[in-house]
Design a protein around this ligand. Structure first.
Ligand SMILES: Cc1cc2nc3c(=O)[nH]c(=O)nc-3n(C[C@H](O)[C@H](O)[C@H](O)COP(=O)(O)OP(=O)(O)OC[C@H]3O[C@@H](n4cnc5c(N)ncnc54)[C@H](O)[C@@H]3O)c2cc1C
Ligand code: FES
Length: 359
């Protein structure tokens, strides 16, 4: 058997200018120490627009907690793009992501991923995870927001006879509903899981209305006493947050602390963008006039700059880029800031006048 260090030395001597890691990655694509990778082992069709992509990660991956997410890098036309995806597999199992095609990278993943493909990876992270001590749970999800919650249900329900989970999942139609049959089977098999599907274009024919408690009282009368987890589109989460805040103000003390939410996109302050400005990407030798509501990340990518990125919502800090000159506006708060050398989160900041970035 050829030992890896020997092979690495051999590769180093025989092949230049390739680095030894590059050679090893030809032999075993998961071997790179520079960049964590995974090989796709299975692709499952979930809905017409969604696929679950199972992968075997290389060395350096940490097992995920149910509900966590990972940054996934995909090469499209020679450019590596990073997006974040919740891990839908139960804790303890090989990881999988469930992707719904809504834009550039997700559509590529859904349409083109096949067994044997290599994914670039970052380790699992996130604190949208099950509570430490068992308690009655309410899961409120819509669309692809079911993904992290599915990991929680798959982890908890079959393993804990004392599990008490109500899942209320909203989708347009039964065909669009992720994991539909599996959820009904789990609910049949385990009395600790109750599943309510809310179909906005079929059975119920309208959106789940969270502007007051009426719909929630119907599907889960004891919702106030449950630890709640919500994941879905921004307006769904905003309405849930407001409802829980009102319940807390009205004295349902449990509701004050019991809603945990996971967002797939940042909350921007309406009208936070100002006039924008000319952005110079110095190392890339690109200049672009960016509107005030356009993130520096989007502006750079549109100009063809290879920008570092991850969550694209201000939480992972993968996009930090040094500011050379100028000021930027945080689109979540409207705050204008910027000092020479400051590391800027390009995914949530826009130009506030002329900006020079060291990239
Ligand atoms: C912590 C986290 C976990 C995530 N988990 C998943 C997951 O399990 N499955 C999944 O399919 N996606 C998930 N996403 C969203 C994912 O990272 C991408 O944003 C999404 O796939 C769109 O990327 P794109 O390149 O296809 O779209 P782009 O071309 O980049 O643009 C699409 C636009 O849609 C917005 N957007 C992002 N997510 C949604 C959504 N769900 N519904 C409507 N608009 C959206 C983006 O902000 C962007 O403005 C997650 C995001 C985060 C931050
Ligand atoms: S990409 Fe995650 S913080 Fe900017």
């Amino acid at each position: 058997m050829v030992r890896i260090p020997a092979l690495r030395r051999m590769a180093s001597l025989l092949l230049t200018p390739l680095e030894p890691e590059d050679v090893l990655s030809l032999v075993n694509p998961l071997s790179s120490h520079r960049q964590l990778r995974g090989v796709v082992t299975k692709v499952t069709r979930e809905t017409p627009e969604s696929r679950t992509i199972h992968f075997r990660p290389g060395r350096g991956w940490n097992p995920h907690d149910a509900g966590q997410w990972a940054r996934i890098g995909v090469e499209i036309d020679g450019v590596r793009h990073w997006r974040s995806y919740s891990l839908s597999a139960p804790a303890g199992a090989d990881p999988a992501i469930t992707v719904t095609a809504i834009g550039f990278v997700s559509t590529e993943l859904v349409r083109r991923t096949k067994v044997g493909d290599i994914l670039f990876l970052d380790v699992p992270q996130g604190d949208f995870v099950l509570p430490q001590h068992p308690r009655p749970l309410l899961m409120l999800t819509a669309g692809s927001g079911l993904t992290p919650v599915m990991s929680m249900i798959r982890t908890l329900v079959p393993r804990r006879p004392d599990a008490d989970v109500v899942l209320v999942h909203s989708a347009r139609t039964r065909d669009d509903a992720l994991f539909h049959d599996e959820l009904l089977e789990l609910a049949d098999q385990f009395p600790g899981l109750k599943v309510v599907h809310w179909f906005t274009r079929e059975a119920q024919g309208r959106r789940l209305d969270l502007t007051d408690a009426t719909d929630l009282e119907t599907v889960c009368p004891d919702w106030r006493g449950r630890a709640a987890y919500a994941c879905g589109p921004a307006d769904f989460l905003d309405a849930a947050t407001a409802l829980w805040d009102r319940a807390a103000a009205e004295g349902a003390a449990e509701a004050t602390t019991a809603l945990t939410i996971e967002r797939f996109a940042p909350v921007l302050l309406p009208g936070a963008g100002g006039e924008g400005g000319r952005v110079t990407f110095e190392k890339s030798d690109k200049v672009v006039d960016a509107p005030g509501d356009c993130t520096l990340l989007d502006a750079g990518e549109q100009a063809g700059v290879v920008m570092p990125s991850g969550c694209r919502m201000g939480i992972c800090r993968s996009c930090l880029t040094p500011l050379v000159a100028g000021q930027v506006r945080d689109l979540r708060t409207g705050e204008v800031h910027g000092e020479e050398g400051e590391l800027i989160q390009t995914c949530i900041n826009a130009a506030a006048g002329p900006v020079h970035l060291d990239i």
